[in-house]
Design a protein around this ligand. Structure first.
Ligand SMILES: *Cc1c(COP(=O)(O)O)cnc(C)c1O
Length: 434
């Protein structure tokens, strides 16, 4: 034992001093004080055992803390709606709305009368205002739930007439026919994979028909000798037509002329439109049901509706998204190509200043996530050697790109502009970038 002041073990920072450090204090608000304290104690012990220097205790404690899960990532894939990356990122307005809704809210109370009110009426009113052709609106957990509710309430024990060309697999092994028959409805398949005519539907429609279902082929294309029957012709059959438009566009988007939208589909005569909230609408995961007031009311009152009910956070984010549709999804879709090229060139130049050689190459972005199959959006990408892909994916923040012919392409279309610096720093942290 020598002089106490020279003994590094005596210089281990105190717990209260460490907990007052801004970064550890910040972690304590999100992870809880107990977890941060445990990480601090462990790091102090390591210093006392001489495994790390006393000055390294704070960083060791920080490094030992679990990252919040799920982790935020930078989507440089050029896929606007990436299901594995959580589909649509929320707008700032939607984030603010859901944070505000996290506490007690008036989600189901009319403050002026003190009585119970329609749950989520702000979101419903916003949707009704955005789609005046809808007599009424209801919101459930997701697009699949919207279909399940419609099939259960309108066709259980009866038949859903649907084209063989529209019996699609959504993704991850989930298939629409299985989803629909799980409700007790029977499928009455008509037509063939590539061609279905109005006469095919007419021959199948009868007293057992619950409704005719029109499904938008949102993740594949059939080309060549094809024909399908549009909603405006199906409505001549005198049975309700339910249209699953998938993507959630409320009004037409000239950029995506083949993508159906709720307003046009309802004006064509559909009794009910179902769609997702987190695709082209750019909002939270939700299932939208818009249509004839009596049908929507029947769905809303069905016992199953309670099991598919959405959270107050979803309702808050959805209302904000519909009121102000300037979402990151829309920004990514409509990004100016010249601007993307200049951003990518600036990033290349900034990397070059640090000795990292990248190229700027033309690229093609896609909508993804069940929307506008076959549509390619002109874009630009930063091109790096493929070996950057792994380290960037497990970096902080994780950066996801696309590997094409031995090169890693980073497309800035879906990267927020204020994240360019974080992206540059992430690339420079890849070992041996020079
Ligand atoms: C995406 C999609 C669904 C499923 O919607 P979720 O919100 O993912 O449940 C159903 N039908 C179509 C046509 C779709 O594009």
């Amino acid at each position: 034992m020598g002089d106490g002041r020279a003994d590094p073990r005596r210089q281990v920072p105190r717990t209260d001093a460490l907990l007052a450090d801004p970064r550890l204090a910040g972690a304590a608000t999100t992870l809880g004080r107990d977890r941060v304290k445990a990480a601090v104690r462990q790091a102090q012990d390591r210093a006392r055992r001489g495994e790390i220097n006393p000055e390294a205790v704070r960083d060791a404690a920080l490094a030992a803390l679990p990252a919040p899960a799920p982790r935020a990532v930078l989507n440089a894939t050029g896929v606007v709606l990436h299901t594995n990356l959580g589909r649509a990122p929320l707008s700032a307005a939607a984030v603010a709305a859901l944070v505000a809704a996290a506490g007690h809210t008036d989600v189901e109370l009319d403050l002026s009368t003190g009585r119970r009110a329609r749950r989520g009426r702000d979101a419903l009113a916003a949707l009704a205002a955005a789609v005046p052709a809808a007599g009424a609106v209801h919101v459930v957990n997701n697009g699949a739930a919207a279909l399940v509710l419609a099939a259960t309430a309108l066709a259980a024990g009866r038949e859903i007439v649907v084209s063989r060309g529209e019996l699609v697999e959504i993704g991850d092994g989930f298939r629409l026919p299985d989803l629909l028959t799980s409700t007790g409805a029977r499928l009455r398949e008509v037509g063939t994979t590539n061609r279905t005519t109005l006469a095919d539907y007419a021959a199948a429609v009868g007293p057992r028909t619950g409704f005719v279902l029109k499904v938008h082929p949102s993740n594949f294309q059939v080309t060549g000798f094809t024909s399908a029957v549009p909603v405006r012709q199906l409505v001549t059959l005198d049975v309700p037509v339910v249209a699953d438009i998938g993507s959630g566009l409320l009004a037409p988007d000239p950029l995506l002329p083949d993508e159906p939208d709720a307003a046009t589909t309802l004006r064509a005569g559909a009794a009910l439109v179902t769609a997702s909230g987190d695709k082209l609408l750019g909002g939270p995961q939700a299932g939208l049901l818009l249509g004839a007031a009596d049908l929507v009311d029947q769905l809303r009152r069905h016992p199953l509706a309670r099991a598919l009910r959405v959270d107050k956070l979803t309702l808050a984010a959805l209302a904000a998204t519909v009121v102000d549709p300037a979402t990151p999804t829309r920004a990514a879709l409509h990004a100016d190509v010249g601007g993307l090229r200049r951003r990518t060139e600036r990033l290349r130049d900034a990397l070059a200043a640090d000795g990292c050689k990248a190229e700027v190459v033309p690229a093609a972005a896609v909508v993804g996530g069940g929307g506008a199959p076959g549509v390619e959006l002109d874009s630009w990408a930063l091109s790096l050697p493929e070996r950057y892909a792994g380290p960037l994916r497990v970096g902080d923040p994780p950066v996801l790109g696309r590997v094409v012919r031995g090169r890693l392409l980073l497309d800035l279309r879906c990267v927020p502009t204020d994240a360019d610096e974080a992206l540059r720093a992430a690339v420079l942290r890849v070992p041996g970038h020079r």
